[in-house]
Design a protein around this ligand. Structure first.
Ligand SMILES: [Zn+2]
Length: 253
């Protein structure tokens, strides 16, 4: 399956449930460099935790690591899903159509070229044929809804409530995930529901990089920062560029 990511060093521990930014961060991964950066910061997506144990397996003999093509497939699917969610929330039909066009791939089945999508399902990546919907906005909205629902449902089977110990002698229900990738897809689902309930108040496109993000406070205009930093990288990039532009204008005048 090609390269396997197995970082030697991992970042500080954090609680993924408290970081609404994770789908946005994974959606930005487009190559091996981006994948390595993501894994070093947020941890492995957890391929080996999703592979079912066979009776010949010794759990402690598992070698671990995420196959790079698999990480890139999940990243691309999250990117597709959050763009569709943004299109649905804003009732932006063009965004939905463009997203579907950008993400479709073609395969040859018995000598015939077929259009479809590569949709991750746990450890598998499946080709799902694209049946062009009736050319109406409802048709495209329905297809977008269907794809988001399928992706989220297929990839959150490891989410469940389990009892956890809140303090000595105190129990509470806590949401648990088998692997980080389950948790990220759950957040994609949360974003989809918030987009349905609150429309454009819940989902925006970053003014710097165009990536959709989950709005957590009203004045947010850029991809949110991760939990280790206070400032959004996209906001910082925008300010640096504006600063340089002003410098150039001053020098030019
Ligand atoms: Zn951004």
């Amino acid at each position: 399956m090609g390269d396997v990511l197995k970082p030697k060093q991992l970042g500080e521990p954090y609680s993924p449930w408290e970081n609404r930014n994770l789908p946005n961060a994974l959606a930005k991964v487009r190559d091996s460099r981006g994948a390595i950066r993501f894994v070093e910061r947020y941890g492995l997506l957890g391929y080996d935790q999703l592979v079912p144990l066979t009776r010949f397996d010794e759990p402690n003999q598992r070698v671990g690591g995420d196959p790079l093509p698999w990480v890139l497939a999940h990243a691309a699917a999250v990117r597709m899903a959050i763009h569709l969610i943004a299109g649905l929330s804003w009732k932006d039909e063009q965004l939905i159509r463009d997203t579907l066009t950008n993400h479709q791939t073609f395969v040859n089945v018995n000598g015939k070229r077929r259009a479809g999508f590569l949709l991750p399902q746990g450890t598998d990546i499946k080709f799902v044929e694209f049946f062009r919907p009736p050319d109406t906005s409802a048709g495209f909205r329905d297809l977008a809804t269907h794809l988001v629902r399928k992706l989220v449902n297929d990839n959150t089977t490891g989410i469940r409530f389990a009892l956890s110990r809140r303090a000595a002698g105190v129990l509470a229900w806590a949401m648990t995930a088998r692997a980080l990738v389950d948790c990220i897809w759950w957040m994609v689902g949360e974003m989809a529901v918030a987009g349905s309930d609150e429309g454009g108040h819940a989902v925006r496109l970053c003014e710097e990089c165009g990536m959709p993000f989950r709005v957590t406070h009203a004045r947010q205009r850029f991809c949110p920062p991760d939990q280790f930093s206070k400032r959004s990288l996209c906001e910082a990039r925008r300010h640096t560029r504006q600063f340089r532009q002003r410098q150039r204008e001053k020098e030019g005048s």
